[in-house]
Design a protein around this ligand. Sequence first.
Ligand SMILES: [Zn+2]
Length: 445
Amino acid sequence: MRRRRFLRTVGAATAGLSAVGTASADSHASGRESYRPGGPWPGDEHAQPMDGFHTNEQLTQVLRRLDAQSERLSLREIGRSAGLNDPIWEATVGNGATSVHLITQIHGDEAVGTEVAVKLLRELAQSNSRQVETILDELTLTVVPRVNPDGAMFEYDVDDDGTDEWVGRRTNTQAWSSDDSRYEPYYHYRSPADAPPGYDMNRDFNVLPPEEFDAGDTTEDQWYVSDDGEGYLDLEYEGYTLASSGLRLAPEVRAVTRSYLDADPDYAITHHHQGQYLVPDSGDGNKPPKQTELSVMPAYGPAYRDRSPFDDPSAPVEQVVDPFIDEATSTESIQMNALVANALAERGDSVFDSVTRYGYYPLWGSYLDTVCPTTGAAGMLYETSYQTDVRGQQALGRMMQSTVVGFTTTLAAIAENTLGDVNVEDYFDLPLHGEYLTNPHQSGR
Ligand SMILES: [Zn+2]
């Protein structure tokens, strides 16, 4: 219990979530009093429009079309989703020596990264701009757009009218069975009770290679079990205790792991959404505070432990930073994040000049912390504000724009070898994301 105290304090075990309408799924939010702007505050009694997003079928169509039309892009099916048995696609472009791996929508209600990935792949497959040529010459980019087809297409009768609406949700669709592992992992959700259960797949990754870890083959002393029966696997690895390690039970996670190891990347990017937050100290008597459009998060190691917003000198290092990331890689990771914030701020005092920092600590079942260090990749995680089950496609163009700038600027800087010019302090100068905005229409969930 003692070693878990720190993680519990900062909220590492993501709060339980309902299938629909939980805004703060990725957040470290506390229940502070909130300033409440006028909106958008859709209620939880009706579904939000989703038709701005590709369905799984449409995504397959557009990727197959790009593959057929362009010599530059190659497409392969790397797996199938657990519930719908829909394909998980991997698209690769470029022939460069530097490998970049990008995944989107591992949480099904976080759809914007996928939309931007499609746009990016189209441009890289078809454009002859100088920037695209440089990227294709220098990089090999492997993209898994939509890791979670089940969550992306999740339907549920939100308004209780007897018909399911397309709302999306965080988890995949997969039941846990006692044959799968000694205990039911904490990241398997059964809510709401009348919907099929599923995994939060960004807690399902495991640091060991596939041939060295079998979820059905753990011992009793590796587990902590909470009073309500949730199992937490504590994996001993290279002298560290990786608390709440993933079991790699989702076929989607196994597919992404294979894709990742095949790509053997130098850089890794994962796109998410978060709840909604204010930018600290952004308002004054004359104008209201800004909302954060995007938060960024690097993974870093012990060299930057003293910069961690959650450092606790008594906590083991693996609960504060990622001990498997060396100083040079940590620095690059931080530079990748600062680069994106700087690029958005360069546009002047706009809605995009609102990037905040998402406070970092490792999650031992996440893509960023668990898999990326195995190839020495510098990594970054985006958090576009608003889950799509809260806002649907509202403000889609705006949500996409910050990510377009982020992906494009990052790939260009890696290809042009200019990442090293970014000042690390620009990252630490970013404010940690501010006050959480509670949706008054969802207070009961
Ligand atoms: Zn997420």
